[in-house]
Design a protein around this ligand. Structure first.
Ligand SMILES: *Cc1c(COP(=O)(O)O)cnc(C)c1O
Length: 357
């Protein structure tokens, strides 16, 4: 691929993953059929599902009492499925931005929602800390990485109630202790797959919590008992997800990708802090390794369109900031090579030389 792809989502996938997906589209496992037109109820696809399951477990150290499911509908479907399955009286939510807010809005359809901490007072530029978690909550919901603002929890929370985390944009980017969560979920289109599939890792005992009479498709138990095959699963994105997990394992798993992600983020954040023409937008201790947001420094605001154009000329794609935040957002997901970050850093340095007052 010739472009430096900093898109926030759907986003970059490893070249070899895309190569393998392309081959499988033409001929899946030497079957003479395209991956796009096989039945999901075949031995070959069972093997894809089984391999994805075992790789996910191995990479994240997921214990046996957790089930992994795949569904269509995106992370946004989980925003209402989660309260439907688990919110019987009261749930707690931490509000760290747009995605948290959307999750809160949907939960209110099902019961009482207590926002137990928020960073809205400072435009979601930090992660609230040291908040008390009431012990009478059915669950606590957090957004582990805030894709739009570029903030991230760097530690797994200790909580007296089950923690449910939207990890859409930082799944498998760093080590986590899965046992600290009752459920982890997300859309797969940022770090794992093309758009079209979402994943959830659910602790088994959570499946007994539902008190409502839910439609079959809304009940997590259905997906768990049918191994995500109650209806037709998103065959192609699941295949690509499996290939991404294989690629992650081949390069050294989560410890290695975490090392690379830290290295890439340090390169870019160091330049943001050093370069007189740019500044970061969020609290340093909460900076995301995945979505790195920055703006023009005071006095240079007018040069933003010119910088964007300058990066385009250097084959950089996708760094325009979210419309709510403005400025720039360089999404440095797992598959983004360090070279792409180096090209962006070089652009920032050269731009400074060209325009410094
Ligand atoms: C992208 C994103 C979503 C939305 O995912 P969809 O699959 O489009 O519904 C939710 N939460 C976070 C943190 C995201 O980054």
């Amino acid at each position: 691929m010739k472009k430096h792809n900093f898109n926030a989502g759907p986003s970059i996938l490893a070249d070899e993953v895309i190569d393998n997906a392309a081959k499988a589209i033409l001929d899946f496992n030497g079957s003479g059929l395209s991956l796009l037109s096989i039945s999901h109820r075949t031995k070959d696809f069972d093997a894809v599902m089984a391999e994805a399951d075992s790789l996910f477990r191995e990479l994240l150290h997921i214990p046996d009492n957790y089930k992994i499911i795949y569904m269509g509908g995106g992370a946004s479907t989980f925003f209402y499925n989660i309260p439907a399955n688990f919110l019987n009286k009261k749930a707690g939510y931490v509000n760290t931005g747009v995605w948290s807010k959307k999750a809160i809005k949907e939960a209110k359809h099902f019961g009482q929602v207590e926002v137990i901490a928020t960073s809205e007072d400072r435009d979601f530029t930090y992660i609230p800390k040291g908040f008390e978690i009431p012990s009478d909550l059915d669950y606590l919901h957090i957004t582990s990485n805030n894709t739009i603002y570029g903030t991230e929890y760097h530690e797994d929370l200790d909580s007296p109630v089950p923690v449910i985390a939207d990890m859409s944009s930082n799944i498998l980017s760093r080590p986590i202790d899965v046992t600290k969560y009752a459920m982890i979920y997300g859309g797969a289109q940022k770090n794992l797959a093309p758009a079209g599939v979402s994943f959830a890792i659910i602790r088994e005992d959570m499946l007994d919590k539902v008190e409502r009479d839910l439609p079959t498709m809304m009940l997590f138990r259905t997906q768990v008992e049918k191994d995500s095959m109650f209806n037709t699963p998103p065959v192609f994105p699941i295949y690509v997800l499996k290939e991404t997990l294989k690629w992650l394992k081949s390069i050294g798993g989560v410890p290695e990708i975490y090392r690379r992600n830290q290295e890439k983020a340090a390169l870019l954040y160091d330049e943001i802090d050093r370069n007189s023409m740019f500044r970061g937008t969020v609290a340093k201790e909460d900076r995301s390794l995945m979505n790195i947001c920055f703006v023009m420094a005071d006095g240079y605001e007018d040069l933003a369109p010119e910088f964007l154009e300058y990066t385009k000329q250097h084959d950089i794609v996708g760094i325009k900031g979210h419309r709510l935040v403005g400025g720039f957002r360089a999404s440095c997901y797992n598959a983004l090579p360090k070279e792409s970050v180096e090209v962006l850093v070089k652009c920032m340095q050269d731009f400074e030389q060209l325009h410094k007052k």
